[in-house]
Design a protein around this ligand. Sequence first.
Ligand SMILES: *Cc1c(COP(=O)(O)O)cnc(C)c1O
Length: 964
Amino acid sequence: MTRTSLTQLEARDAFIARHIGPDAAEQQEMLSLLGYATRAALIDALVPANIRNKNPLPLGAYAQPLPEQDALAKLKATASKNQVLKSLIGQGYYNTHTPGVILRNIFENPAWYTAYTPYQPEISQGRLEAILNFQQTITDLTGMGIANASMLDEGTAAAEAMTLIQRVGKSKSTTFYVANDVLPQTLEVVQTRAKPLGITVKTFDAAELAGVTDAFGVLLQYPGVNGVVRDYKDAVTTVKATGAMVIVAADLLALTMLTPPGEWGADVVVGNSQRFGVPLGFGGPHAGYLATRDEFKRSMSGRLVGVTIDAQGNKAYRLALQTREQHIRREKATSNICTAQVLLAVMASMYAVYHGPKGLQQIAQRVHRYTGVLAANLKAQGYSIVNASFFDTLTVAVKDAAAVHAAALANGVNLRQIDATHVGVSLDETTTRDDIALLWTVFAQAAGSSTVCPDLDAVEATVAPAYAAELARTSAYLSHPVFNRYHSETEMLRYLRSLADKDLALDRTMIPLGSCTMKLNATSEMIPVTWPEFSNIHPFAPQAQTVGYREMIAQLEEMLCAVTGYAAISLQPNAGSQGEYAGLLVIQAYHQSRGEGHRNICLIPSSAHGTNPASANMVGMQVVVTACDANGNVDLADLKAKAELHSKNLACVMVTYPSTHGVFEEGIQELCEIIHSHGGQVYIDGANMNALVGVAAPGAFGGDVSHLNLHKTFCIPHGGGGPGVGPIGVGAHLAKFLPNQRSNGYVRSEDGISSVSAAPFGSASILPISWMYIAMMGAEGLTAATETAILNANYIARRLSPHYPVLYSGHDGLVAHECIIDLRPLQDATGISNEDVAKRLMDFGFHAPTMSFPVPGTLMIEPTESESKAEMDRFIDAMITIRGEIAKVESGEFDKLDNPLKFAPHTAEVLTADKWERKYSREVAAYPVPSLRKQKYWPPVGRADNVYGDRNLFCGCAPMSDYE
Ligand SMILES: *Cc1c(COP(=O)(O)O)cnc(C)c1O
């Protein structure tokens, strides 16, 4: 081995020092406060010895950290093995032009991509407005009453719609009919979801809808995957008369020209907004959508932005109807969706804002006209087009499909592979006249002819709309001012900036959210995402063109196996919740394979995250809640008793480690042994992996399955509520059950479960972020990150403990990577709640910690390793100052109701009004600590009124009159 030179060493460790906030001296200072000589000693004191990793992370070729430039170069070399061809495959995914102003100012802008889910509405008004625009875009284009704030993809949106109509419908049937021209990946995801719920899925000929009589619901595709645009109006009326409800998967661009399903009787409309400016990215991430009739809004899954008023009666946005969500409903939840696709929904909505109704229609008309020209050309060449009606997709009958694909490939084009005698062509926004001419050549070559493409202007003059006149859209859409005033780039740029300025994201402040791990999303990690080699690849492109992707994915799988101690990883799930769902399906498949399919009991400690019981419910398992003791640990005696009671039917346990209380429970190995002794499997929720990486591995200490949240531990930014990636790691005995996607030829194992996402590798285009992180940190860097995350949390806990009770500290008063401070005693004494503290932190320019999870009335603080000591001190000072304010309420110096906590956050408008009648000064309100005079964040609205918003539910853009 050659010796590493000093300069190489410096370069090598440089990124680690960029990623980890506190330097060596600061770490030493924090360690002394805690009474430990080294980080290692702190970890020794905290993490049970029996679960500790004995060896450095076995990262193989990636054990040594790569300098930023080297990691980028290495990944670029891998990316270059992908071939970027012109993919006209369609099947739900299309090329699109991401407007530069959106690419640079949203997709590549940390003000948008590092934001958290807008649970704190006052510091999230910008992204809430953007998501509301998305909801309005979807509502208008589909012709429905209400739309949610994005779904994980089209397939899961259809599956959610199926369960929605089963809940709200009156039919007793358990059969769900899917038209035979629905996207194959959608059908597969629906089948996956239906099976454990006892729903029978049948397919039928889309032309025979009126003949369906025994369904609780049907799913249609509009236009169909083969291009047909059907007039479903009469058949929908007929089928609805049988008691069935109708779901339509619809293409948003087509809806600018076609009568929307909402006008012909659809109950739910779902789809994907990818072609509104979001790159293909080998399948994701993209924002799916779900729209329904107004009367079902309280049963709809997913998040919903609504309008309310703030404390001054001004308009404010917030997440509405949160009582529907899994956090609250737990095992009664109807969906487990948590992280969704907010950043992509924001991009799609801004595409609609930028183009406006006229611009969108122009794009759609051009696509449709070009498709007409292509159809005429193909007919002139002697080909027959199978679908007489179309919007952008043609199914062409050919003698030898292989010859056509070969000719296409030779000309740099991918067509859709249908069968031996049919090929599919889908045009899109990026299609040019040259492309039409190129397709002439492709089809001519395939036929062994050398005819030349005719004059396209002449052909164009002959084409007419290729769908029934009754299907031409007559209703207006996107008439709100927001879709009609930002069409110049200057206006658009300023609109985006004005929204971003309203929000607090990681580019302004630490976001100390327990359980959510808001760490650095380094620029070098983000850069590869927009490389064309990654972003312009169709998910169903031929394998030979995706060699680079597959290599990167395989490497990331290996890296994550090394980190977790599991034998295999699936990157298919699009969020942690989907990982839970996939993992439980894998456990079910395992039991079934052993003839023990009856095992359906899932033990879940009461402290679990809401997605755990919700996921168990989704796979038809019965949740049995087990107790926690006063120290926040799983009550092992209770768990043991319940495992014994349900021994014969025990499927699994779901536990989070370290616990959601931030405790390294000593009994975790024993817990795993108890479950295994009863034939159950152990699901370890890996959301807290930031306390484990390099220190302990769930696959080694007893877990059979875990999901990771790559958007927490592995640096994918939160995007204001998504995208995420929720891969699952499994033990060797479960590896063969990991998800396939047979409908598109992805078979990883014969025994694999059917797919849980619309794309075989889920949100593939953001995987480079986690790859870069691991490559740049190496084994030592990753372990140092974990240790520093724990050190940082303990520093905050120790500094705050004289002022607030810290819950659930374990040995030597230590916490894991997060700490819970208890506001309940103070609330009892003063009436000041955790919410008041959260809102008051906004006046200090901070995002609140996690509120009321896992313990009501508390705040859970997780600084992560990325926060510097200076930033943590700024936070601690704010918290101590706030404690002083609470003391003044206690002592009577501040009024119980008229005080800066109860009225927080304070807007500039309130503070600069001529009238000020509060019992505390403006100065106290605005500048409680001197540093705020130099840098001050002004919340754009006062405290949002939750009750008003839910009572007067309104989930669309402001009407015209608001602008007058
Ligand atoms: C975040 C989280 C989840 C859910 O993950 P998503 O990616 O938001 O779906 C599950 N469990 C715990 C403990 C979490 O913190």
